[in-house]
Design a protein around this ligand. Structure first.
Ligand SMILES: [Fe+2]
Length: 275
């Protein structure tokens, strides 16, 4: 197990300022505008937006939980090809890799100081917890994250004919920090802010409703991960999720296998199937 958590998702967009405005308003984040990117942040959650094609990951950044795990990860990936580090404001010593779809994934050593506590305004705490990618080469992507980087497979989804359609992978005890969906082409799918509980989920839904941002999927409960959730779309049509109660996996938890059907992705019915 890597023992790491997602800390940052960076997306490219033809309208990075509009995305920053959207996430600032919808997710109660502050915006800092830099030369190369807009930084949206609040305690526990951080997103960047820079100029480029829509629906593409600029990079994702994980932080290792402790120095022992960092040393083990460095040793594990010592012979793995590194990707270019021409990314803005990378933490010192960050290791960057390119997956088979050429998404860049960074891993940084443990932070010297714990993140600041508190919340800037009235919204309930919510922490950037996982993200998802669509890919036309799911088997290769799964092999890269599992075998090269050391992600652990929590659950797989497959058709009756045995074709793999989704994979949920974890980097610590939480059920997934990355989900992969088979799709006709490679793109970003969604990121999720994990909030405390049902009540907090309701408060977040009330906030999005007051801002006339419609829920496009949910409220529901995912099969893999068992998390309750709802999703909206940002101005580039990326999905953005608030979730709660994601499964905490016990050591040695067996990989689950689910059928490719709507009831898997939403135990309460309707789902967005990517293939
Ligand atoms: Fe999700």
């Amino acid at each position: 197990m890597i023992q790491a958590a997602l800390r940052l998702v960076h997306l490219s967009s033809p309208q990075p300022g509009a995305l920053a405005d959207f996430y600032q308003a919808t997710y109660d984040m502050r915006v800092e505008t830099h030369d190369e990117y807009h930084r949206c942040h609040a305690p526990g959650r951080e997103l960047w937006f820079s100029a480029g094609p829509a629906n593409q990951l600029g990079h994702a950044l994980f932080r290792l939980h402790d120095s022992g795990s960092w040393q083990a990860f460095q040793a594990r990936t010592a012979t793995l090809a590194r990707a270019s580090t021409d990314l803005p404001a990378l933490p010192a010593e960050t290791l960057v890799f390119a997956d088979p779809d050429d998404n860049r994934i960074g891993f940084a050593p443990p932070a010297a100081a714990a993140p600041q506590g508190g919340n800037p305004t009235e919204a309930p705490p919510a922490v950037l917890q996982h993200f998802a990618l669509r890919t036309p080469q799911l088997e290769d992507m799964l092999a890269f994250y599992r075998d090269a980087l050391g992600f652990v497979v929590s659950d797989l989804v497959q058709t009756d004919a045995g074709e793999l359609t989704a994979a949920f992978l974890r980097t610590d005890t939480l059920h997934h920090s990355l989900a992969l969906f088979r799709a006709p082409f490679s793109c970003f799918d969604h990121q999720s802010f994990e909030t405390a509980d049902w009540h907090a989920l309701k408060v977040w839904a009330d906030r999005t409703g007051r801002r006339r941002t419609p829920i496009v999927w949910g409220i529901g409960r995912h099969g893999p991960g068992d998390d309750v959730f709802f999703m909206v779309r940002d101005p580039d049509d990326n999905l953005a999720e608030i979730s709660a109660e994601i499964e905490v996996c016990r050591p040695g938890r067996a990989t689950g296998l689910w059928p490719h059907e709507e009831w898997t992705l939403n135990q309460w019915g309707k789902a967005i199937l990517r293939s």
